[in-house]
Design a protein around this ligand. Sequence first.
Ligand code: AMP
Ligand code: MG
Length: 429
Amino acid sequence: MIGSVTTRYASDGCDHEPAPILSVEQVQRYLIERVLPVAGKEVVATETALGRVLAEDQRSLMNIPGADNSAMDGYALASRDIERAGEFRLVVSQRIAAGQVGQPLAPGTAVRIFAGAWLPPGADTVAMQEHCRIEPDGTVVIPGPVTRGANVRRAGEDVAAGACILRRGTRLRAQDLGLAASVGLARLPVFRRLRVALLSTGNELVEPGAALRPGQIYNSNLYMLAGLLQGLGCEWFSAGWVPDDPTQTHEALARAAEAADLVIATGGVSVGEEDHVKAAIRDIGHLDLWRVAVKPGKPLAFGRIGATPFLGLPGNPVSAFVTFCLFVRPFVLRSQGIVCGQGGADTVPRSFPVVAGFEWSGAKKRCEYLRARLRLTENGATIVEIYPNQSSAALTSAAWAEGLVEVPEGHTVAHGQTVRFFPFSELLS
Ligand code: AMP
Ligand code: MG
């Protein structure tokens, strides 16, 4: 990610300690260096292992395919029988369907064979059914020459016996489960799920389902963060809601830390007098508070309550969403034991260049992440557009979007300029 690497300082306004201003990249690096992956393992049925993180390398004890077999429905033969151009007429000496084992090929004959059936000893090539003609007397006419080995899947060409098929630290995808099953693995050792406590802070919060009184809002962050964590394969639980009160905040954080591998709070880490999370963590643990040079986002706290890591996200829902994508996601994925760059799981999101279909004046001192969507134009080009309301409180922007456009610190965007787009597939899973 782009960002300045110099550390600047500003007063955090509340307790008059300097709060360092860090770049996105600095914060990502800082957090990743502090990951302690879960150590606990469990063995689960392969069909239930989707999204779990493999805890041990998996080796195949067998070749895949197990033997030379036909890739097509057709006629198996010995290529030396059809070395020249022209038509060859062969007697069909046997029929082998998938799952059957044939007899050795009688010299000078062909075998009716179906996809997946093992080649009989003596056959080395398959002529596709579509290229062959059956005569009324039952013989088959095959056009020569055939290429030796055509339409044959060789024993072990996919997986050689003894090969490592899946590495420890891989987040298992559907194709990984299929691969494990293909070598006969009915169960897989995985790391236990990361257990995350979510704490909501603020006098104004009410849970959906209850009536709102004047001045109150519904707690949206809990529901959004619960969804984000489930998308990453975590277990989560609500550590409750606390009003803006130091004692209750302190108690709720301590309780959450006992039951969880990670505590995430939203709100209360800003500079206001009603922000009690910072003080509470400082009382019972250790806290680093930053102003991240990111918009939306800015206040972000990392600390420990005993041995349990703590992340404090901004209260504004879009700020919480973006900081989750940028900072919490890489931290959570690695805490689950994922090894970066393996099995398609890059814990730091990847972006790709797209042409801007919008203008943006840019935040001068912060890297911005705009809620954006791709659009195919009439002439077949792909451009990226942004939601008109980019307020950090407007969750509609995130719900509308397909990803985020990064505007580096000090930059503006003109129509037609190339910008970096992070699709949500890189940020939410
Ligand atoms: P804070 O960081 O506590 O100063 O909160 C900043 C803004 O985010 C305020 O407008 C809060 O009302 C709002 N906010 C805080 N927590 C939540 C939440 N759980 N759901 C929705 N909005 C919230
Ligand atoms: Mg608050």
